[in-house]
Each structure stands twice: as C-alpha cells, then as structure tokens.
Design a protein around this ligand. Structure first.
Ligand SMILES: *Cc1c(COP(=O)(O)O)cnc(C)c1O
Length: 387
C-alpha cells in the first residue's frame, strides 16, 4: 500500500471533545433546561471550584465577561486606574475600557514571561493615586510570580484579579493557578485547554462577592415580583447546554494538560540542540500546562525570523502564531503609561519580536507533530548548509 502524506490542516489549538459532552447536553434537553441556568450550570460551578481549590465559582458567557464582573465588584469606575500585564491578549484589558477607567501596563520578567514584580513595585511607588485593581496574566499556561506579586499588592492594599484564561490546570507552589487573587478568571473559548465553545468562569473565596456577580450577570434584577432594577447589570450567564459541555471537558482536564506537556516535550527533544531556539521556561515550583508551546528565535543564530518560520509552516498547512503583541504597543492604548522590567529594558518587546507559538493541541497526533518538526528541521538545516 502506498502511504499518502497527510497534508490536512494542523491548527494551533483546536477543540478536543471527550465524547461525554453529548450525555450532559442530552440531560439538559431531557429536563428542558435550555436556559442560562440549570443543573449543569450549578454542577459545573461546583466542580470547577473544587478543582481550582476555591470556595465558589460563577459560570459566565466568556472570560472577558468574568474580568468585567471582577472589575465591577472591585468598584472600578470612570477615571480610576487599573494596572494590567502588557504581554497578553486584548481581552485582559478591554474590560478596563468598559468601565471608562485608565490602564497602566506592566512589563514581563524573563523567568515566567509574566508580570515583573520589579516593574509593578515601581509603578505602585510612583502612582499618585493607587489603582483599583491589578490584573495579572498567567501567559500560555505559566503562572506569574504570585508570591512576590501578592506581597507587593497586599502592602499597598490593592486587590489582584488573576487572569488564568490560559493557565487552567497549571500550578504554582502546589496550588492551582487562578486561586491566588481576590478574583480569578478562566476562559472556555474554542482555542483554550478545555472549551465550551465559548464561556468563562469567575472564581473567588469571597462567596458573597460571587453572589453579587451572579446578580450583576442576570441584569441586576432586584428581589421583587415585578421587574425592578436599582443598578445596571449584564446578560452574562452561561447556558445550561454549554455548561454540560464544560462538565465533560473538566473530567479530562488533567489528561489534556498531560497531552499538551507531551507535545512540548517532543518539540524540546527535537530542537534542544538548536543554538538560537529558547523555549518558554517553566519556573521552579510551578507546573506549566503548556497550553501553547512557545519559544524565542535568535535570528542572528538561526538565520531566519519568527515570521519567516510562521510563513513557511503556513505553506505546509500548519498554523503557528507570533507571541501576543504587547498592549503598550497597541494603537488602541497609545499614550498609556508603561513600566518596563528595568529602567529602559522592555522584556515584552523582545518576546514579541522573537517569539513563536507552535501547534500544541492535545488532539495532535504524533505524525502531525512530526510534520511540524520536519518543516522546522528543514529550515534549520538549510541555513546551516548555506553558511
Ligand atoms: C482567551 C483569553 C481571555 C478571554 O477569554 P474569552 O473567553 O475569549 O473572553 C482573557 N485573557 C487571556 C489571556 C486570554 O487568552
């Protein structure tokens, strides 16, 4: 038999169903709970809270909605400032604008690629008025230096919102990522480590605050038989059908972390010896979930740029991406304050210039991963030969 080379599209990170989702969806249909409330929502909240090691969780329509609710609960208002990691997806900071507040962006440090405690300390020291919140992102599944960040924020009495959209299943010093701040948020968007197609979760040990979150997420309806409202709310709750998908996904979360870590290990094995490739570190005392395998490329040493690598992979129907463009470089945030890691050295600028995210789905086959590796290998070899 002739083996035909598989050239089907390899995605950066595609949904990976367990097969049990349909069971919970059918339950919802059988009970006619086709609404943004119901048993799947209640159970998904409880199960995720247990998993993350927090007192309570509120299921919402997206990770962005969860961040927005956290800012509302922390009383962020027009004219307030909120500090936020710069190296992240725009969703971390958009809710600051929803509240007409002003973001101040904080650089990364090299050990975790996440918020630099040094830069955060300087920003707080120099602030005329303290921020209402600090949004700390755990990028690509690696926890930030939470001990240092919590200590600094506690010293100033500023609450932390932990954006763990990418780090569900990761750990920091034996505790689950997302459980450190006053509020933590998770995302179940289609590309995340587990998915409900779209959805999010707000978690906290403050059960009362999450009660308020559910109130705000259902149009802030006062407890009266008629429709009465004293403050402005949102339509942010998660559907009972999607929560069913979430329950089945949560059952396999640990397997998904294991699979993504194996994908990472295979890339490392293939490219450990390449001078000029540096994989995103896993800091001591943390467990990275390796949502995306990410590395920096030294173009002087390997002879090609991250964009050239991405374009070459695309020719073979393989999706790779640059690292997030830092928010302090976004046209949307032009003129906003930014605190680099040290005096003038910006770590996130360098990570953006040199970083690449490789396909990392938990459903990638070994053959698919070998296809990715072969293309990259060929580029590395070609440059070597031409020298
Ligand atoms: C995906 C993501 C979000 C937002 O999640 P949605 O569910 O898509 O709204 C927030 N922050 C980060 C860092 C993300 O990667």
């Amino acid at each position: 038999m002739i083996k035909v080379a598989d050239s089907s599209k390899i995605y950066l990170s595609s949904p990976h169903m367990s097969g049990r989702e349909q069971l919970y969806i059918n339950e919802a249909f059988d009970q006619n709970w086709i609404a943004p409330l119901g048993p799947n929502v209640d159970n998904f909240e409880r199960e995720l809270a247990v998993y993350a090691g927090v007192a309570d969780a509120a299921a919402v329509s997206s990770g962005t909605a969860a961040i927005h609710l956290a800012l509302r609960l922390l009383d962020v208002q027009a004219g307030d400032t909120v500090f936020c990691s710069s190296l992240t997806f725009i969703a971390s900071a958009n809710p600051i604008l929803y509240q007409a507040a002003t973001p101040v962006f904080i650089d990364s440090e090299p050990d975790t690629w996440n918020m630099s405690p040094g830069a955060l300390g300087r920003a707080l020291q120099e602030a005329d008025v303290l921020p209402k919140a600090v949004i700390v992102v755990n990028l690509y599944g690696q926890s930030a230096k939470m001990d240092e960040i919590m200590a600094i924020c506690d010293r100033y009495g500023v609450p932390v919102v932990e954006d763990a959209a990418e780090s569900l299943g990761a750990e920091y010093k034996g505790k689950k990522s997302g459980s450190f701040g006053k509020f933590g948020i998770f995302s179940f968007n289609g590309n995340k480590i587990i998915t409900t197609s779209g959805g999010g979760m707000l978690v906290s040990n403050d059960v009362e605050a999450l009660r308020k979150a559910r109130f705000l997420a259902t149009q802030a309806r006062d407890p009266a038989p008629h429709y009465q409202h004293s403050e402005s709310g949102y339509n942010y709750r998660m559907s009972n059908i999607l929560a069913g998908v979430g329950r089945a996904q949560l059952e396999v979360l640990n397997d998904r972390v294991g699979a993504r870590r194996s994908v990472f290990d295979r890339y490392v094995e293939a490219f450990n010896e390449v001078d000029g490739f540096d994989f995103m570190p896993e800091m001591d005392g943390t467990k990275h979930n390796r949502w995306l395998t990410t590395l920096t490329i030294d173009r002087e040493k390997v002879g090609f740029t991250p964009m050239e690598l991405i374009d070459r992979l695309a020719e073979d129907n393989i999706e790779a991406r640059p690292v997030w463009k830092p928010l302090h470089l976004q046209p949307l945030f032009e003129g906003m304050k930014y605190y680099p890691h040290t005096g003038e050295y910006s770590v996130s600028d360098k990570l953006f210039e040199n970083g690449v995210c490789l396909p990392s789905g938990s459903n990638m086959t070994v053959e698919q991963q070998e296809r990715v590796i072969a293309v990259i290998q060929e580029m590395v070899e070609r440059v070597k030969v031409s020298e």
